[in-house]
Design a binder for this molecule. Structure first.
Ligand SMILES: [Mn+2]
Length: 473
């Protein structure tokens, strides 16, 4: 058994003919795809012509034509009655193995003790959270079970090592740790170098090998973070110059490029920009072959891939290659077409950005009364997870007096708040806000109630997502 991870820029998306040729050189009996293949009509045809059967396992939406594979397993293909429509690629593969196991047990050709699929649940949890699929009931069960095994010390060496280099406590490992500590370290491999390092870490047979690989991944993640920080300040400066020149304080979207930017990180920069401005954003890096490689991040109501498809239909020469989905897409444009693309991008956005779409919307579960602003509530919420994509943790909103505030670590705003209707004084933090709030007036805050663990003590901490002077809205 061996694996191949396509470099999507070198080999194209999914099981392309180029990647089939690479695979064929290893003389396999069979090609099995994971998390791709449903759109690979040509690649599957190539494999078939070489006498290689293909089993496609995927979760992406199929196009008009399905590949002629030996078998296709995809909960989102027409006629599939499997209830878990939001499985990640790793989840689909898990069920394929479960079906195979059942079949082989029935025919008596395996020993049940030797095929314990529960041992794979740590990987399923990791892949499900990292792929940002909606946490429907089925996925929540998979993630919760995987986390349980990890906390009990039954995770594979690679995942345990990743948690260790990230300084996370294994016996309390949470979906947040996976999303914010483990996944970024694994993904750093693909962004900065090659994903192979990430896979090798997950496959590591023992603690020592795993720790060495995890340390390497941690280093790559440090580089990534540094690079991203630099790119983000350049993006900010560019944005300000652009706003000043265009005399437009509130453009419909952003389209930024810098010759020094790293192509593995443009998506993160576009994402941060979108987050801050609530406008669709695309960031480009040079790809070295006379083209610019870009990443789009969009907002609800603006379908990223459809925006690109409309541009490509009107001006095919601007946009020879693109792909993606509603919230994120990738594209490649000829170097010389950047300005033309930027005009087309802003022009197309005019059709999408209605007043309703432009407005940022925050959902809140209402106020928490003073009696519920407690460590116990935060504990109940923490145990109610796993929370995540499509199943966000409850957030609340109400008015507070600002008791005091300070910026910590150059980046986050720490506050002490007291409900205007009376109640305890509570610690609060607003991440990535490096400006103080106006004082002397109550604040309307949208927040999550979390447990802050510090020096062995548990305290209630409000994580403020949005704040504005009370009565402003
Ligand atoms: Mn996927």
């Amino acid at each position: 058994m061996s694996y191949l991870i396509p470099d999507r820029f070198e080999h194209g998306y999914g099981l392309s003919p180029a990647i089939v040729d690479l695979a064929a050189a290893r003389r396999p009996d069979l090609i099995l795809t994971v998390d791709n293949g449903i759109a690979s009509v040509e690649g599957v045809a190539r494999a078939t012509s070489l006498g290689l059967p293909v089993i496609v396992t995927d979760h992406h939406l199929p196009g008009d034509r399905l590949p002629e594979a030996a078998a296709i397993v995809n909960p989102n293909q027409p006629g599939c009655e499997f209830a878990g429509k939001h499985l990640a690629g790793v989840g689909v593969m898990f069920y394929v193995l479960a079906a195979l196991r059942a079949r082989r047990l029935a025919s008596g050709c395996i020993d049940p003790d030797k095929a314990r699929l529960a041992d794979l649940l740590d990987l399923v949890a990791l892949g499900t959270v990292a792929d940002l699929v909606p946490l429907d009931r089925n996925n929540r069960i998979l993630v919760a079970q995987g986390l349980r095994r990890l906390r009990a010390g039954r995770g594979r060496p690679g995942i345990v090592a990743l948690a260790r280099v990230a300084g996370r406590t294994l016996d309390r490992l949470s979906e947040t740790d996976i999303g914010f500590a483990l996944a970024p370290r694994l993904n750093a491999a693909g962004r900065m170098d090659s994903m192979t390092l990430g896979v090798e870490c997950l496959l590591a047979p023992d603690e020592q090998t795993a720790l060495a690989l995890a340390a390497e991944l941690d280093g790559l993640n440090r580089d990534r973070r540094q690079r991203q920080g630099r790119m983000e300040s350049q993006a900010q400066a560019q944005m300000e110059r652009w706003l000043a020149a265009a005399e437009d304080e509130d453009p419909l979207g952003y389209c930024l490029f810098d010759a020094d930017w790293h192509e593995g990180i443009v998506g993160l920069v576009a994402g941060r920009l979108k987050e801050r401005t609530h406008r669709p954003a695309v960031a480009f890096a040079r790809s070295g072959d006379g083209r610019l490689k870009g990443s789009v991040r969009s907002i609800p109501g603006v379908h990223a891939r459809d925006v690109l498809a409309n541009i490509a239909r009107a001006r095919p020469e601007l946009l020879p290659r693109f792909g993606g989905h509603a919230m994120a897409a990738g594209l490649s444009i000829p170097d010389a077409q950047l300005d033309a693309f930027r005009r087309a991008w802003l022009g197309e956005l005019e059709r999408w950005m209605s007043d309703a779409v432009r407005e940022r919307r925050l959902d809140s579960d209402g106020p928490l009364t003073a009696a519920h602003l407690t460590v116990e509530t935060a504990g109940v919420l923490e145990n109610g997870g796993p929370w995540g994509q499509g199943f966000p943790p409850p957030s609340f909103d109400e008015q507070f007096e600002l008791i005091d505030q300070r910026i910590v670590g150059d980046a986050h705003l720490k506050m002490r708040l007291c409900p205007v209707d009376g109640g305890p004084i509570i610690d609060a933090i607003m991440f990535r806000r490096d400006q103080l709030l106006p004082e002397g007036r109550p604040l309307h805050c949208v927040y999550r109630a979390e447990l802050n663990r510090y020096q062995g003590r548990e305290q209630l901490q409000l994580v403020v997502e949005h704040v504005q002077p009370a009565g402003a809205c």
